[in-house]
Write a protein that binds this ligand. Structure first.
Ligand SMILES: [Zn+2]
Ligand SMILES: [Zn+2]
Length: 261
C-alpha cells in the first residue's frame, strides 16, 4: 500500500472477537495517514496480521484502544516486548498508546506484572488518556482525533480520525446502540462499526447489523464497514439484515481487507 499524504487508508487486521478463528483474528484496524501508522485495538493475532499486511511493528506510531477487554488489548504486552528485540530494539520513532480514562492505571498494573519487559527506552513511549465522560479531541502530526463515550464499558470510547486532506474515518470499538456514535460519525467518509451478532441474537453491549445500519443512515456516512463478527454472523445473511435500515455502500470486513475511502 502506498502512502498518500492527502488520503487516509484503512486495512482490517482482525474482523473477529475473543473466539479463536483462523479466518477472523481478534479485533484490530490499521490506518495510514501519510506520515503515521495507526492501529486501533490489538487483540490476539494483531502482530501477525500487521506483518501479513506488509508492516513492521516498529513503524507503528499510535495505538488507540477502544476499551480494555482482552480481545482488544490482549497483545499489548507482547507488542511492547517485541519492540525491545534485539537488544535496544529496532524502534526509532516514539509510540503513543491512548485510550479512555483508566488507561494509565491499566498500564501501571500491566507493568507490575511484566516490569521492564514492557518498558521502552526513554522518549519512545507516550501514554495518553482521553476524557471518556465528555468526549475529547486532539491534533497530532498529520491528523486530528475526536472521541466520544460508547455504550459498552465505562472506559469505552469511539474514535474519529480526520486527515489533513479532509477524509474522516470513525472506529466504533464495541458498543450498544449509541446516539454518540451517530454524532461522532456525522458525514464521515467511512464508519467501521461493530456488528457482533445477528439481529435475532442481540445482546446488551453490542450492535446488530440492522442497528449498525440505522446508525450509519442517521449519520449519513459515505461507507459502512461491519466488523467484530462472532461466528454466528457467518451463518446468516448479515448484509440483508443491515439493508433493512441502510441503503448506502456496505462492506463486510474480512481480515487483511483494504478499504478505499
Ligand atoms: Zn468489549
Ligand atoms: Zn470486543
Amino acid at each position: 500500500m502506498s502512502l498518500n499524504p492527502d488520503k487516509l487508508s484503512v486495512t482490517i487486521l482482525g474482523s473477529g472477537t475473543c473466539v479463536p478463528s483462523l479466518k477472523r483474528s481478534s479485533c484490530s484496524v490499521l490506518m495510514r495517514t501519510g506520515g503515521n501508522i495507526l492501529v486501533f485495538d490489538t487483540g490476539a493475532g494483531t502482530m501477525r496480521r500487521l506483518l501479513e499486511a506488509g508492516n513492521e511493528i516498529y513503524d507503528v506510531s499510535f495505538i488507540f484502544y477502544s476499551h480494555f477487554h482482552p480481545d482488544h488489548t490482549g497483545e499489548l504486552a507482547s507488542f511492547l516486548f517485541s519492540n525491545k528485540y534485539p537488544d535496544g530494539g529496532r524502534r526509532k520513532i516514539p509510540l503513543t498508546l491512548s485510550a479512555g480514562r483508566g488507561f494509565l492505571e491499566f498500564f501501571e498494573k500491566l507493568k507490575r506484572v511484566y516490569g521492564h519487559w514492557i518498558e521502552l527506552d526513554p522518549g519512545l513511549l507516550n501514554i495518553i488518556e482521553f476524557d471518556n465522560i465528555h468526549g475529547d479531541g486532539r491534533r497530532f502530526g498529520d491528523f486530528n482525533v475526536e472521541t466520544l463515550p460508547m455504550e459498552h464499558n465505562p472506559e469505552s470510547i469511539g474514535y474519529r480520525i480526520t486527515g489533513f486532506g479532509g477524509a474522516s474515518v470513525v472506529y466504533s470499538g464495541d458498543t450498544d446502540y449509541s446516539d454518540n456514535l451517530v454524532v461522532l460519525s456525522k458525514n464521515a467518509d467511512l464508519l467501521i462499526c461493530e456488528s457482533a451478532l445477528p439481529d435475532e441474537l442481540k445482546v446488551k453491549g453490542h450492535l446488530t447489523p440492522s442497528q449498525a445500519g440505522e446508525i450509519a443512515a442517521r449519520a449519513n456516512v459515505g461507507k459502512l464497514v461491519l466488523t467484530h463478527f462472532y461466528p454466528e454472523c457467518d451463518e446468516v445473511d448479515i448484509k440483508s439484515e443491515c439493508r433493512k435500515t441502510y441503503a448506502g455502500p456496505l462492506i463486510l470486513a474480512e481480515d487483511l481487507m483494504e478499504i478505499e475511502i
